[in-house]
Ligand binder design. Structure first.
Ligand code: ATP
Ligand code: RIB
Length: 314
């Protein structure tokens, strides 16, 4: 069995301003701290999987600025292979993030170098993709690149996990190439062309079925502090709860989940068990600040789960 994870996606520097609440349009609020963290959905998922001990390679683009050095270092320190990541004549991707006292966030992403990842890069890295036990991608790189990747992985029989974030409608052809679709509630509503809101349990079940009908093989709805809901090709329907923790920063919780879920599958866990494990990894990530620095190692996860099980004993 092929054991490597290949991530095709974005690499950003996150510029994070914390304040008691996120400003409304036209409003200025006083912030309490400003920090920078390595981020980007692709890079975060790669780091999440590598910290859990998997071999991970990322295919993406960095700019020719000082940020690019820190961003590559962060990936490599986590053990991610960055050989296929080229520097291009542009700024590195950046994300302007506001976080509030409850750990919620609002993000503006400026893609910069990420927008240079093209279908040609997919073809040029076909050998790398053939080594993958699973390929992870998201929507912070050009949609034509994601579509080209998806038709490549489908043709070659390589499992593909698509995190449809940031939210946007997707073509039926793309959805039909996806083995694991992992939207949050907002992304689910946008994919289905429905009004954005919190979904009740029956609405979640209906939404997951509607996404399956659009052609993707398996759907995992990510539901923040409620955990996740699985709707699988074999008919399994299962809600998996998250652990209750004190939330510091939810940025990249979804990325922690995707990286961990892929590791779970490649380690031989079944999808439900992989989702339980990924929920634990993602929950631990929300107890820490920042995107990549919040991803736990396998040892940290073990300690967390042990503490949780001791805490839950009567
Ligand atoms: P993001 O865009 O912030 O990276 P997301 O919106 O894609 O995340 P979420 O559903 O918010 O995804 O989070 C993914 C997973 O993280 C959840 O399924 C859950 O397991 C865990 N999680 C998120 N928020 C919390 C929380 N407040 N408490 C416990 N677990 C959480
Ligand atoms: O998913 C979280 C990520 O989204 C952040 O790290 C930020 O870079 C944005 O891309």
């Amino acid at each position: 069995m092929k054991r490597e994870i290949v991530v095709v996606g974005s690499i950003n520097l996150d510029l994070v301003a914390s304040s008691s609440r996120i400003p409304l349009a036209g409003e200025t609020v006083a912030g309490s701290t400003f920090r920078t963290f390595p981020g980007g959905k692709g890079a975060n998922q790669a780091v999440a999987a590598a910290r859990l001990g998997r071999a991970v390679t990322i295919l993406g683009k960095l700019g020719n600025d000082v940020f690019s050095v820190e961003l590559r270092d962060s990936l490599e320190q986590a053990g991610v292979e960055t050989g296929p990541v080229e520097n291009v004549a542009d700024s590195s991707g950046v994300a302007l993030i506001n976080t509030d006292a409850k750990g919620e966030n609002a993000i503006t992403v400026v893609p910069g170098a990420n927008s240079h990842l093209s279908p040609v890069d997919i073809d040029a890295n076909s050998e790398l993709l053939h080594r993958a036990g699973i390929v992870l991608t998201q929507l912070e790189v050009p949609i034509e690149t994601v579509e080209h990747l998806a038709s490549f992985t489908r043709r070659e029989g390589i499992p593909l996990m698509l995190d449809p974030a940031p939210a946007r409608p997707l073509s039926p052809v793309l959805l039909s190439c996806v083995d694991w679709l992992t939207p949050n509630e907002t992304e689910t509503c946008v994919l289905l062309g429905r009004a954005e809101r919190n979904l009740s349990q029956s609405e979640l079940e209906d939404a997951a079925n509607a996404l399956l009908q659009r052609g993707c093989k398996n759907v995992i709805l990510k539901l923040g502090r409620r955990g996740c809901y699985l709707a699988l090709a074999d008919g399994t329907r299962r809600a998996v709860p998250a652990h209750q923790v004190s939330t510091v920063d939810t940025t990249a919780a979804g990325d922690a989940f995707n990286g961990a879920f892929a590791v779970g599958l490649l380690s031989g866990r079944d999808p439900v068990n992989s989702a339980e494990w990924a929920c634990a990894v993602a929950t631990l990530s929300v107890t820490r600040h920042g995107a990549q620095p919040s991803m736990p190692t396998a040892n940290e996860l073990e300690d967390f789960l042990e503490a949780q099980s001791i805490g839950s004993k009567p």
